[in-house]
Design a protein around this ligand. Structure first.
Ligand code: MG
Length: 278
């Protein structure tokens, strides 16, 4: 048995980890988040970062996290833009889309071979972004009138930024819903496709999959509906007293991800048989 096997025999869980409000806040490191990721990597514990923000590519996110000392390869990052691309390619293998969104979404669509079409696309896709014009919304309306399906990369109505909250993809989708009288289909957390794809990438069984996040409506709801364990951290949007406001409850409530690091260290100190023999 090699060292990593010894550790992973002790820690059976794998971790799906939200980013905004869980590892970083306002572009800054949440204390202990770097050590948490280091610990997972050191002991070979599977993890995947999961974000509903479809604005950036995994490579851009890798670079942004590196600035706050969180060193994660882009292959360990799964975005709502990638989830949306993986979903639609299964529905329309040779499709096209009109996009209100940015690089992260456009790149994910390009990777599945979708073309951009402003005349008669299969989908109008709303992603996270910082530019929105009336002209874009009008074009989207005309595409929808011709029969395109309205989807979004995530349901969030607001999105945290370094300067504070800004409108999210869900809010832009609501504008179009109101204008055309058609409901938007939201991907991203808590959609079961995102949660299921994430678990497959993690390679863990349902009961051994832990979702760690700061938001009830996405992280906790998505985990509860899939039968995953759910750890709510209080470093982001949720407060301890909010637990009474939802019909679902997290498995654990933690002050921060540093509590998980402590838990892992404790369990590894007790169980490895080699350490007893020493
Ligand atoms: Mg979050």
């Amino acid at each position: 048995m090699n060292t990593n096997e010894k550790f992973t025999n002790t820690i059976k869980e794998g971790y799906l980890i939200d980013m905004d409000g869980t590892l970083t806040t306002g572009g800054k490191l949440i204390p202990g988040a770097d050590e948490f990721i280091d610990t997972l990597q050191r002991y070979g514990i599977p993890y995947l970062l999961l974000t509903n923000n479809s604005e950036r590519t995994p490579r851009d996110i890798e670079a942004k996290l590196a600035q706050v000392n969180i060193k994660v390869p882009c292959t360990a990052i799964y975005t709502a833009a990638q989830c949306t691309a993986e979903f639609i390619i299964r529905q329309r293998p040779t499709g096209s889309a009109f996009v209100i969104g940015e690089g992260g979404l456009l790149k994910a669509l390009d990777e599945i071979g979708f073309t951009i079409n402003a005349v008669d696309p299969d989908y109008v896709i709303i992603g996270e972004g910082r530019t929105l014009s009336f002209e874009l919304v009008e074009k989207a309306m005309r595409c929808l009138a011709k029969g395109a399906q309205l989807i979004s990369t995530n349901p969030d109505t607001w999105c945290p930024t370094d300067q504070g909250p800004r409108p999210g993809a869900g809010a832009v989708a609501a504008l179009l819903e109101s204008a055309v009288g058609k409901k938007c289909y939201h991907l991203g957390k808590p959609h079961p496709f995102m949660m299921l794809q994430a678990r497959h990438k993690l390679g863990k069984r349902t009961a051994d999959t832990v979702m760690v996040g700061d938001t009830f409506e996405t992280d906790i709801r998505g985990a509860v509906e899939m039968g995953f364990q759910s750890y709510l951290v209080l470093t982001g949007s949720a407060k301890r007293e909010d637990i009474h406001a939802y019909p679902y409850v997290p498995t654990r409530i933690l002050d921060s991800v540093a509590d998980i690091t402590q838990d892992i260290h404790g369990r590894l100190n007790i169980l490895p048989p080699d350490s007893k023999a020493a």
